[in-house]
Design a protein around this ligand. Structure first.
Ligand SMILES: Cc1cc2nc3c(=O)[nH]c(=O)nc-3n(C[C@H](O)[C@H](O)[C@H](O)COP(=O)(O)OP(=O)(O)OC[C@H]3O[C@@H](n4cnc5c(N)ncnc54)[C@H](O)[C@@H]3O)c2cc1C
Ligand SMILES: *[C@@H]1O[C@H](CO)[C@@H](O)[C@H](O)[C@H]1NC(C)=O
Ligand SMILES: *[C@@H]1O[C@H](CO)[C@@H](O)[C@H](O)[C@H]1NC(C)=O
Ligand SMILES: *[C@@H]1O[C@H](CO)[C@@H](O)[C@H](O)[C@H]1NC(C)=O
Ligand SMILES: *[C@@H]1O[C@H](CO)[C@@H](O)[C@H](O)[C@H]1NC(C)=O
Length: 516
């Protein structure tokens, strides 16, 4: 060990000191040994890993020092807010926006950290139905005051909604076993899915899964598909059954007031981790002939890069989709991590003094437009694959989020969010708001009186959730853990946090086994 430490002296004397210190520690009880863990990514997965690791280690009497590396300038990853009108008092969710009743990790954190939540479809005083589903030609169904207007659904679709909810509850029941022994902690996502009978659900498309369970007719094509489109930008013909059921588990949808990212920020703070923002990890490698891992980091303005590169870790958690992380693992024997297609989702947030135009939606001029507009395909239109899936409606959803006072003018306006596969252009936005002027040609521009603030973002938001029966490994190599496989099983803030908690438990269990 001493020799190895000297050999790896090329990595810097700091490392040698640490290795020697570690060797001395081995002579004492394992409790004296400080475990060093690096977590790459400060999103839901990484934050939950940090939080649970610190708690589980403390409970096991193991000292742990966690360093979280995050290449963005903020904590939260795909869950983040931007400020409407650039005013910090008006944050709007740009990514993961709602979670539900059965999301135990998030709801427990909200309680522990005293965060407050708000309903995702608050009953705002704006004209128009709460929600409707548009197929590019007309509204197939409209809900006056809430998403689940049961009476209306039953009247319109017969027993299909009831059967779907029953099916969803049974699938959610199986999924919730992933939180408990004996399923938890799981070393393999494929195995736990098999054990809990969820592989049959991921193996089928949403369309097949509904049909297998005797749910046919328009309910799937209208309502379930509107839900898979707004949540995952995918149609029932291609998205798998499990994600389809997740989309129907919308009971008590809510968000953290001021931004869901606060959950992840508080989790990291509670873990006593050192968080290094704007610090990208570019490589993970194994120290020469050692079990320990080290990182290469890339940061333009950190003076301690050499120091960070010389540090070694007992465990490293990769808490981001590997294919977008630009991390080299080439010196480690990790085998293949499949690259999978992700949805490129365009999220457009904007403010306008105008309500959505009834004319755009083929409504009479005096008829207010619904506030949240989901989409599905018109009858007979073949669902396209990938980004073609949007079909003739041209967008996945348009939502009036809430009224807002423009801080620059004091005027009463509305905040909107659009999900689409390509950037909405000025012509489209002008038609949507009914402000197109007669002389606007092809090079139309929208006036900044009509749209007073706009923010555009393209996300690699989640995978195309094609049916599958195997999922990415959780342990990529000795001491190297990966949470990203969860994205192709269920991609939500909660499930990725569950994977972070799972990895934390596997790490601590591993330490305890070695100490025996
Ligand atoms: C528009 C949109 C809407 C969504 N809606 C919902 C919703 O309503 N409800 C819901 O539950 N989920 C929703 N999701 C999904 C949810 O946001 C994600 O599943 C979840 O936030 C992913 O968490 P994560 O930690 O696994 O990954 P991420 O949040 O992507 O975190 C990974 C982090 O790793 C960092 N990173 C990557 N590579 C490196 C590197 N080399 N070095 C350092 N740092 C690195 C990244 O910067 C990032 O911060 C939505 C997502 C999007 C984009
Ligand atoms: C974090 O540090 C504080 C102050 O040193 C300590 O009281 C707390 O127990 C630590 N939390 C964990 C989870 O280790
Ligand atoms: C924990 O790690 C941080 C960041 O690498 C380092 O600055 C700190 O000295 C370490 N603390 C202990 C107690 O090892
Ligand atoms: C949350 O509030 C409770 C009661 O008001 C308080 O005891 C607790 O310390 C608070 N926790 C945090 C993290 O602020
Ligand atoms: C603007 O977008 C609409 C709808 O997506 C499209 O039909 C139209 O061709 C686009 N116009 C221009 C000028 O790009």
């Amino acid at each position: 060990m001493k020799l190895h430490a000297l050999v790896s002296g090329v990595l810097g004397c700091l490392h040698i000191n640490e290795a020697l210190a570690n060797e001395q520690a081995v002579l004492h009880t394992p409790q004296d040994y400080v475990k060093n863990v690096a977590i790459v990514g400060a999103g839901a997965g990484g934050a939950s890993a940090a939080y649970h690791l610190s708690r589980l280690a403390a409970a096991a009497g193991i000292a742990v020092n966690i360093t979280v590396f995050e290449r963005n300038s903020y904590v939260g990853g795909r869950s983040t807010t931007v400020n409407a009108y650039d005013d910090p008092s008006i944050p709007v969710e740009l990514g993961g926006s709602v979670f539900v009743k059965v999301n135990h990790i998030l709801n427990d954190a909200v309680k522990e950290f005293n965060l407050s939540t708000e309903e995702s479809l608050p009953g705002i005083k704006v004209p128009g139905a709460a929600l409707a589903i548009w197929n590019g030609q007309g509204f197939v169904v409209t809900f006056e005051d809430s998403w689940w207007d049961t009476a209306k659904l039953l009247w319109r679709y017969g027993l299909a909604p009831v059967k779907t909810m029953r099916l969803m509850r049974s699938v959610v029941g199986k999924f919730l076993k992933m939180y408990e022994e004996p399923a938890f902690p799981f070393e393999s996502l494929t195995q736990v899915a098999q054990d809990l009978e969820l592989l049959a659900v991921t193996a089928a498309t949403g369309e097949q899964y509904l049909a297998e369970n005797g749910i046919g007719g328009a309910f799937g094509a209208d309502v379930v598909q509107a839900s898979t489109r707004v949540n995952y930008a995918q149609n029932l013909k291609y998205i798998h059954g499990l994600e389809t059921m997740v989309c129907m588990a919308a009971e008590n949808a809510h968000s953290v007031r001021g931004g869901n990212w606060q959950i992840f920020d508080r989790m990291i703070a509670a873990s006593n981790s050192t968080t290094l923002l704007e610090t990208a990890v570019t490589e993970v490698r194994r120290l020469h002939q050692s079990k320990r891992l080290s990182l290469k980091v890339d940061s333009t303005d950190r003076e301690d890069v050499a120091l960070l590169n010389s540090k070694s870790y007992d465990d490293v958690v990769l808490a981001a989709p590997l294919q977008f992380s630009d991390i080299s693992l080439r010196s480690l024997d990790v085998g293949m991590v499949d690259e999978i297609p992700y949805v490129q989702l365009h999220v457009t947030l904007f403010a306008s003094p105008f309500l959505l135009s009834p004319a755009y939606f083929n409504l009479a001029p005096d008829k207010p437009t619904p506030r949240v507009i989901l989409t599905t395909l018109p009858k007979g239109e073949k669902p396209g694959k990938g980004r073609e899936g949007v079909g003739s409606p041209g967008f996945f959803s348009v939502s009036l989020l809430r009224p807002a006072t423009n801080p620059n003018t004091g005027g009463q306006e509305y905040l909107y969010k659009i999900f689409s596969p390509s950037p909405p252009n000025a012509t489209f936005l002008a038609h949507l708001l009914g402000v197109e002027s007669l002389d606007n040609g092809a090079a139309a521009e929208i006036s900044d009186h009509d749209i007073t603030w706009i923010y555009r973002k393209v996300w690699n938001s989640y995978p195309y959730e094609y049916p599958r029966v195997t999922f990415e490994r959780i342990r990529l190599a000795d001491g190297l853990w990966y949470t990203g496989g969860m994205d192709s099983f269920i991609s939500t803030m909660e499930t990725n946090a569950l994977m972070g908690m799972n990895v934390a438990r596997l790490i601590v269990d591993g330490w305890l086994r070695k100490a025996e």
